[in-house]
Design a protein around this ligand. Sequence first.
Ligand SMILES: [Zn+2]
Length: 291
Amino acid sequence: MTLIGIDIGGTNSRVGTVSPEGRVLVRAAAPTDAARGSAATITTLLDMIHQVLSDSHARLSGPSAIGIAISGPIDVNTGIVSNPYTLGGWPPTDIVSPFRAAFQGAVVIAENDANAAAVGEWRVGVGRGANRFVMVTLGTGIGVGFLVDGQIQRGSNGSHGEAGHLVLDPSGPSCYCGAKGCWESLASGTALSNRLKDPSHMDRADYSRAIEQIAHWTGLALVNLCAVFSPDAIAIGGGAGAQFDLMKDSISEVMHQHRRLIRTDVPVLAAQAGDDAGLIGAALLAKDRQG
Ligand SMILES: [Zn+2]
C-alpha cells in the first residue's frame, strides 16, 4: 500500500509518500507558481509523484491512495477548487480527476489544507488526545481547522468557515475577502512582508516589532476562537508558524487578559508535524476512504 500526500500552498507545493502510521518517507517540493495556471501546476505535481514513487521503489505498483490538501475554498464532494486569491491565475479547477486519470484504481480525495493539517496534527502530532482541537496554519494566508474527536467540523453544505478572515480591526488594511482588518490581513506571511515593506533591508528591531504585532493579533483571534469553540488544545503551524517560539509569550499575554469568562487557559502549542501536517493528514484521509 503506497500512500501519497500532496499539499498545494499559495507559495510552495509538496508531495510525499506517507506510511500508514503517518510518517513522511520520501518527499519532493517545488514552487506552486499559481500564475502559470492550474494545468501547469498539476503537471508539475504528477511529475513529483512519479519522482517520489521512483525514489520509494514503488513506481510499478503505483499509489493506492492520494490525498490532496489545497489552499482556499474547495467543494470536497466534487473536488472543485475555486480559489482566485491565494492561487491567483487558477480558474475553478477539478483538482481530483487528473490524479484519478493518471493513477487508475487509486482512491483520490481533496481537502481544505487547514482541515488536512488539523487531521495530521491530531493523528501524529500535538493534537493527539484532544477532544476539541483547533489547528491554525500561519502561512501565505491563515487557515483554521476544527476537529471534534478527530472529525472535521464543516459548515453549511460541507463548506469551510474561513476563520482566518475573522475581523479583528475594522480600521485595518483591506483584504481580498472584502473585509478590513481581518486576521489574515493583519498577521499572515503576506501581511508580514507588507509590514516590513522591504524585507531584505529590515533590521532586527523592525522584525521584532512585526512579529510582536502578528503575535498580538493572533492572540486576539485565538480568544475569539475560544469564545466560539472552547477547544482543549490549539496548534500553530504553517510557514510563519515556525516563528511560534518568538510569539508564544505575547499570544499567552493577550489570551490571559480575556480569561474571566472565556476559557483561554487552553494549551497553545507549536505544530509538531510542521509543514508536513497537511500532506500527512491528506494522505491519511485518503487511506481512510479506501475502506
Ligand atoms: Zn480577509
